[in-house]
Design a protein around this ligand. Structure first.
Ligand code: HEC
Ligand code: HEC
Length: 228
């Protein structure tokens, strides 16, 4: 192992020394990757807004969600997370499990976004909307017990539930408590976080497993509802 790393570093060293054109090429490739990440983030929110018309039916004009229609609040969520979920829905990484009643309602909607640019535009628009959620708290739970369970969650989602891009963990504060309960159950039962290619869902799934009962899930959701 160490030997092969050494061999690789020696190899790249010899490339640098002996072939500056190759170094230049590698530089260009790295630059393009960087640019790609740049473009990725720079969705056109105005175009996203135009395409959002179809989404209002369930998520509402302000993105606050609708409990009756089982649609969560999406306004103000981080664009990189929204982008990932829309791609996951499109690719069938999310919302394709036959037990995923609500994900299956969302999946055809993601399929209306024809390409990566359309997804990027939509994500820019959604994250630009001021965070707001439609329903008051609906989950009764023991907040202090939930706080204790949340200790493990905060390593990725943050002490205030604000999310952490470096750890790929989304913001939890804008989400309705009933939606949080549903997702934790989905992760636990493998409705979410088991499809191959779902790298980030697979990181979350064992965390959901730390909540041993429905009671524990409710408690943590009730605690998250208190975070600002
Ligand atoms: C028919 C109702 C409906 C419409 C229309 C709809 N959605 Fe959804 N959406 C849902 C439901 C239900 C869920 C929750 C899925 C679940 O429980 O996993 C959801 C989930 C999402 C999520 C994931 C949120 C999260 O926190 O992970 C995003 C992002 C999203 N929708 C964006 C959109 C966009 C963008 C559009 C328009 C192109 C749209 N939705 C149209 C019903 C809808
Ligand atoms: C190791 C880091 C990590 C820890 C610890 C962690 N999560 Fe997550 N969580 C993630 C990642 C990454 C995702 C995004 C999964 C995806 O992209 O589908 C996620 C997603 C979620 C979602 C779905 C959000 C949505 O909008 O659909 C909920 C709810 C959630 N986590 C709650 C929790 C709770 C509660 C705990 C503690 C019991 C916890 N997480 C601990 C990394 C973590």
């Amino acid at each position: 192992m160490i030997n092969s790393i050494l061999r690789m570093s020696r190899l790249s060293y010899s490339i640098k020394v002996t072939n500056s054109k190759k170094v230049f090429l590698i530089g260009v490739i790295l630059l393009c990757t960087g640019l790609d990440i740049g473009l990725y983030a720079a969705g056109d929110a105005a175009k996203g807004k135009a395409a959002y018309a179809v989404c209002t039916a369930c998520h509402g004009a302000n993105g606050a969600g609708n409990k009756t229609l089982n649609a969560p609040s999406i306004a103000g969520q981080e664009s990189w997370y929204v982008e990932r979920q829309l791609k996951n829905f499109k690719a069938g990484i999310r919302g394709a499990n036959s037990k995923d009643t609500f994900g299956m309602q969302m999946r055809p909607m993601a399929l209306t976004l024809s390409d990566d640019q359309a997804i990027s535009d939509m994500s820019a628009y959604i994250s630009s909307m001021p965070a707001t959620k439609s329903s008051k708290n609906t989950v009764m739970g023991d907040v202090s017990a939930g706080k204790a369970s949340y200790m493990i969650c905060q390593t990725c989602h943050g002490a205030k539930g604000g999310g952490n891009r470096a750890l790929n963990a989304p913001k939890l504060t804008g989400l309705q408590d009933w939606y949080i309960v549903r997702q934790i159950k989905n992760f636990k039962s493998g409705i979410r976080g088991t499809k191959s290619g779902d790298i980030y869902g697979m990181q979350m799934r064992p965390m959901a497993m730390t909540l041993s009962s429905d009671e524990a899930i409710k408690n943590v959701a009730a605690y998250i509802a208190t975070l600002k």
